[in-house]
Every structure is written in C-alpha cells, then in structure tokens.
Design a protein around this ligand. Structure first.
Ligand code: KIV
Ligand code: ZN
Length: 515
C-alpha cells in the first residue's frame, strides 16, 4: 500500500459494519460474504466486515469474508478492550491482510456521560489497546469517536499516543454528523499542526449524514490531507447514514480536474453493488438518490429531453454506462440453452459453472416459461437467490390460492421437509396472509411476522417479485428473502427460509447492543 501515489485515496467500505447498524438491517454470514465478494469486484481497498465481539455469528461472518476475499484488507471493529481484539483476531486469523480498527470516544461529553472515564484513562486505554492490537497485526487503525466535538488539544494527545503505540491509520469521525466542510478541514489541519508525525501515517475521514453534509465533509477531508475515506454503499449507516461510496468515488472521478485524486474503484460495478446491497439489506434506494437512484439519469422535462437528444452533455455530467447502468435489454429467451446462460453470466462478469450453473439453469427455465423477457437484472437476481437456498429445511412444493375482493382468502400449501411432504390449508386477509397461516401450521412456529417488504427486480408488468420476510421468536429475528415471478410464491419461499433458520436456531445477527 505504501507504493500508492500521493493522489490515491483509499476506499474503506463499512457497509458490513456501520451500514449494518442501520435500524432493521441484519445480514447473516452468507449475505456478508456475497456483499464482500461484490465489494472486491468493485475494487475497494479495505472492507470493514463487522464488529467481532458483538456475537458468535458476527465472528463467523467476518471469518467467512476473511477466508474468501483475498484482494482487499479485511477489518474488524474493536473497543479498547482486550476481549474485543481477541475476538477480532479469532475472526481475522485467515485473512490475507487483516486490519484491527480500534476506537474510543474523545469528546468531553462522551467521556463523562457515556464512558464515565477521565481523559487520562482514555489516553491510557488507547495506548494499551493499540499496542495490544499491534502485537497481533501490523495494520492498526485508530478512531477518535465524536472527534468533531472533541477538544483539539486533547484529541491531539490521544492521536499522538495511538501513533506512538503503533497505529498506522488515524480516523477522525464526525460521529454525529455535526460538522461542516470548512470546519472539518480546519479540525484536520489543526490536528496535522499539533501532531506532525501524523504525516507518516494515513489520515482517514468518516462522516455521517445527519445534516446532509456527509459527502461534502469527506471531500473537504480529502482536501485537508486524508487519503482514506470511510463509506457505505447507498449511504446506509447509523441514523441518517454514512457517506455514500458512489458519491465520493463519482465526485472524485467526475471532478478529477478540480480535485486531482484517484481511487481504485471500477465504477462500472457501482450499480450492481448498489442493487445487491439494497436487496440484501431490505433498504430500497430512494428514486432521486445521487448516482444510483433510478431517476439519477432520467430526464423528465421536455426541454431537458430535447437538450440531451441534441447533446447528452447539456444535462448529463456522467455517463450512465460509467456506473454500469447498461440498457436492461433482453439477454435470453425460453429457448436459450445452458451455454447461452453461462455466456450471458460471463458477459455480466460472473463465472458460473458446475452445480451452480445446473441450479441456475433450472431456475432460469422456470422463470423463462412464465416471463416474456429474461433480462440481465433477472439473471443477477437468480444467482443472488440461489446463493441463499442451499440449506433450507423447508422447500415450497405447491401453492394454490382462492381469493376475491372483500372475501376471506384461502390457501393450500405443500411443503417438502427432507423426504416428507406436508400439506395444509389456511385462511386470511388476502392471499399472502392465507398462505402464511397455512405455512405456519406446517412448520409449527410461534414466530410473529415482524417485517414484510416487496419490491420488483425490474420494471414492467412481468417483473420478478423480490420479497423479504422477518420473523420474530423469543426476542430473536430470522430473515428470509426470495425472488419469483409471482409475489405470493416469493413471499411463501421467503417465509419458509426464515422458518428454516428459526428451526435451525440461526437468528439474524445484530450488533446494536454492543456499541
Ligand atoms: O461514527 C463513528 O464514530 C464510528 C466509529 C466506530 C468509527 O462509526
Ligand atoms: Zn460511524
């Protein structure tokens, strides 16, 4: 990494850690791995895969990412406690390039009311934790939580201590999204003046969007000398979210003549990454979201359309293609064979072979029989979907519905459990409610339905439906997700996936209690 040019800005992606702290988002180990693999394709430098101490499931998720994602550094978050660092070590032991990220709050407010520690104790814990982390790995990042509301002299003392103890990256987070671009720049410049040895390390910025200033603040940080930016896909994260990867990267690229910085991101993977994160997190992207919103490249006003037709640059500052938004044209039809499917996936950048190809082809045929056109987005959803369905205890065999407006709906379902088939009926307010009642009587669950989200994979009347179901039992949540041409079928499959996880006792991990 030290060979990178002065103008190279490292992208530290925290979708799987800070992003996962968004209310309602919880990813299991397989989902973390799927996102991490896509982040690797996208070209991020560091993936913060989670907060190991928060749960055994989190150690497993980080461990899986560390084992399979080899071309990015993999980070795990830690408080300044030995147990946290030991848990991160356990999670990162197989990583090619492990990083420990250690943090402690440095503002008077946090030290007094949250940590109940004196400034001297904070300095001492910083020294001990960074030194302990450094005794295990050579790449240690240290963050001053609530840095933008910390006293500059005290923060300088903590940063000096962290550097002396071996920290290689110093991160200055705007934890509560309070600062402004000019002020943030000044905070960082003052820190450099107070701690000249900081020039020997990497300075990092981490901003939150409470005032809608996250991207502007991070860019100001880069201008002040930061060469690492911490971001999340689609800007997900605590409260109003983190700075969005796509915004930072496209701002640096589109305004390269102004900023003069580069990143290692393959921008053509941005749209796909955004879709994957949205699908697995259950967080839809707002239509007017910068870069990845569905309207970001749409022109509604006649005068704009006219201008764009004459010359795209009149109203477009970026090409849709540059973020990987090709026209979503028909790629395959129901007569296409297995080789055509494999070639289409190869075109999209996926290597699909062996059993994975066999299963994808079976699913493709089922969908192509029922859907007029099968697009690149549908193919992506098939792969994504089948990556989740390998270990399900319950499989949907058949679903029959009788429903009419204003009348009770009836469902009959048949579910496979190993070699056995179970059939049951249910009634409800609408077909999905009826199907869920029938399924609940088969799986015998006491779980309550906590969340139910439906979205369409593409536009058009025959779009695949994508359904996410969250069940809650004994205070634990279980998440299932599925795509199918029919949303009731997708809902039933998603329900059974959540029920399979409940039966196996694999809750959706949550890290909120620890932070
Ligand atoms: O916002 C924040 O301060 C954080 C730290 C843990 C880096 O997420
Ligand atoms: Zn944060």
């Amino acid at each position: 990494m030290s060979t990178q040019s002065e103008q190279y800005v490292r992208i530290f992606d925290t979708t799987l850690r800070d992003g996962e702290q968004s209310p309602g988002i919880s990813l299991n180990a397989q989902e973390k791995l799927e996102i991490a693999r896509q982040l690797e394709r996208l070209g991020v430098d560091i993936i913060e895969a989670g907060f190991a101490i928060s749960s055994p499931g989190e150690v497993e998720g980080i461990g899986l990412v560390a084992k399979h994602v080899r071309s990015c550094a993999i980070a795990s978050l830690n408080r300044t406690q030995k147990a946290d660092i030991d848990a991160s070590w356990e999670a990162l032991k197989d990583a090619e390039a492990p990083r420990f990220h250690v943090f402690i709050a440095t503002s008077d407010l946090h030290m007094e009311h949250k940590l109940r520690m004196t400034p001297e104790e904070v300095v001492e814990q910083t020294r001990e934790a960074v030194a302990y982390a450094r005794s295990k790995v050579s790449d240690v990042e240290f963050s001053c939580e609530d840095a933008t509301r910390s006293r500059p002299e005290f923060m300088a003392e903590v940063v000096r201590t962290a550097l002396a103890a071996g920290a290689t990256t110093i991160n200055i987070p705007d934890t509560v999204g309070y600062t402004t671009p000019d002020e943030y720049k000044e905070i960082l410049e003052t820190l450099y003046a107070n701690v000249p040895e900081l020039h020997e390390a990497t300075l990092s910025v981490h901003t939150h969007n409470d005032l809608g200033l996250a991207t502007a603040n991070s860019l100001a940080g880069v201008q002040a000398g930061a060469r690492q930016v911490e971001v999340a896909i689609n800007g997900i994260g605590e409260r109003a979210g983190n700075s969005a990867l796509e915004e930072i990267v496209m701002a640096l690229r589109t305004r390269n003549a102004f900023y003069g910085f580069t990143t290692g991101i393959n921008t053509r993977e941005i749209a796909r990454t955004s879709r994957l994160v949205s699908r697995l997190s259950g967080y839809p992207v707002q239509p007017n979201k910068a870069i990845v919103g569905r309207n970001a490249f749409a022109h509604e006003a006649g005068i704009h359309q006219d201008g764009v037709l004459k010359n795209r640059r009149t109203y477009e500052i970026m090409d849709a293609e540059s973020i990987g938004l090709e026209k979503n044209e028909l790629v395959l039809g129901k007569h296409s064979g297995r080789h055509a499917l494999q070639a289409a996936y190869a075109d999209m950048g996926y290597t699909v072979e062996g059993d994975e190809l066999k299963r994808a082809f079976k699913r493709f045929k089922e969908i192509a029989d029922r859907k007029k056109t099968v697009t690149a987005l549908d193919l992506e959803a098939i792969l994504d979907d089948q990556s989740r369905d390998t270990s399900d205890r319950y499989q949907l065999e058949r679903l029959a519905l009788k429903t009419a407006t204003g009348e009770t709906s009836h469902a009959e379902v048949t579910v496979r459990e190993g070699d056995e088939l179970h059939t049951a009926t249910g009634e409800g307010d609408g077909p999905i409610d009826a199907a869920f009642h029938a399924l609940a009587s088969i799986v015998g669950t006491e779980a309550a339905l906590r969340e139910f989200n439906v979205s369409a994979v593409t536009g058009g009347e025959d779009a695949l439906g994508d359904v996410r179901v969250v069940l809650e039992q004994d205070g634990r949540t279980f998440t299932g997700q599925a795509v199918a041409p029919d949303i009731t079928e997708a809902a039933a499959q998603a329900y059974l996936r959540a029920a399979s996880l409940a039966a196996a006792g694999i809750p959706t991990p949550t890290i909120r209690e620890t932070i």
